[in-house]
Write a new protein. Structure first.
Length: 134
């Protein structure tokens, strides 16, 4: 359980940094030079979201974990960007909101689908074993 929580948090953090790096690269800026400046507000929002929803308890759940983590990442990130003098233009807010939704909730949807497939395969395998024994 602890390992899954740590991996989920690290995946969330990597996806937030990837979002920031992609944004910096799309504006023809030096990605590495300003990556921390772009990333830290969203990483702080991510951390707040994890604490608020106690995401370590069920890190892969979409509701409430994924949605709360996503919301806190976007809102916290934008508030911290504004407080630190970074841009929060409406187009950026829209792009960040949708991109972070796809990333932070998206991987959880994929994980849910994989779990569902594995569960179905396990059920089929068990039913075949029962049929063979009969």
């Amino acid at each position: 359980m602890i390992r899954a929580s740590v991996l989920a948090f690290l995946l969330d953090a990597v996806l937030v940094v990837a979002f920031a790096a992609t944004g910096r690269a799309s504006h023809d800026t030096d990605v590495l030079a300003g990556l921390w400046q772009t990333s830290w507000p969203f990483l702080a929002g991510l951390l707040v979201g994890w604490v608020v929803v106690r995401a370590w308890r069920s890190p892969v759940r979409i509701v409430p974990t994924g949605l709360v983590v996503w919301g806190a990442t976007v809102v916290g990130g934008m508030l911290l960007r504004a407080a630190s003098g970074q841009g929060t233009a409406l187009p950026f807010v829209i792009v960040a909101t949708l991109t972070l939704l796809a990333l932070l909730v998206g991987w959880r949807l994929v994980a849910r689908g994989i779990r569902s497939l594995r569960s179905r395969r396990g059920e089929r395998s068990r039913s075949r074993d029962v049929a063979r024994r009969a």
